[in-house]
Design a protein around this ligand. Structure first.
Ligand code: HEC
Length: 143
């Protein structure tokens, strides 16, 4: 009797495992084919037209120029690293004076398309231009 019960229990457990495996396998197959379908539909938007190439070049130079900071050592790129989506991995950024700021640098991907959306974690700056100016002037960044 005990052996019979053990066999039944093994069959029930085995069935449960096989059942869960099949559900997981089905879910994986459908989500990866769903992902493949989404990837095939994705089209990167063309870059926005450049109105003034000289201004773009100046912006790039300034972004990498530590002369913008009080110490002459901190540039925008110090806290917005290209290889990290123009952000950092640290939980909080360190300002030009070496103090930890209260926040993490945000990624800057897609900033060129932000339009009239407020900028910053809490939208504290109404425009990208205002954010750039405050990044230079505020003690939390380049001071
Ligand atoms: C000391 C580190 C530090 C430096 C230097 C710095 N930033 Fe930032 N940046 C941050 C942090 C932290 C935030 C998040 C701001 C917030 O919401 O409080 C941020 C946010 C931004 C944003 C908003 C992104 C978004 O998704 O809304 C822009 C744009 C930006 N920075 C541009 C710049 C530019 C341009 C410079 C150079 C002039 C610069 N940053 C220099 C740390 C830095």
């Amino acid at each position: 009797m005990a052996n019979f019960l053990k066999t039944i229990a093994a069959i029930v457990v085995g069935y449960g495992i096989a059942h869960n495996y099949l559900i997981a396998a089905t879910a994986q197959t459908s989500s990866s084919s769903h992902l493949d379908a989404m990837k095939s539909m994705y089209r990167r938007e063309p870059p926005p037209p450049i109105a003034n190439q000289a201004l773009v070049d100046l912006g790039r130079d300034l972004f990498f120029d530590p002369a913008l900071s009080a110490s002459g050592k901190t540039a925008c790129v110090t806290c917005h690293l290209p290889q990290l989506g123009w952000a950092v991995t640290d939980a909080k950024s360190r300002n030009d004076s070496g103090k930890l700021t209260s926040r993490r640098s945000q990624p800057l991907i897609g900033m060129g398309r932000i339009g009239t959306t407020p900028v910053g974690w809490d939208g504290r700056n109404p425009t990208l231009e205002a954010q750039a100016k405050s990044s230079i002037a505020r003690p939390a960044r380049c001071r």
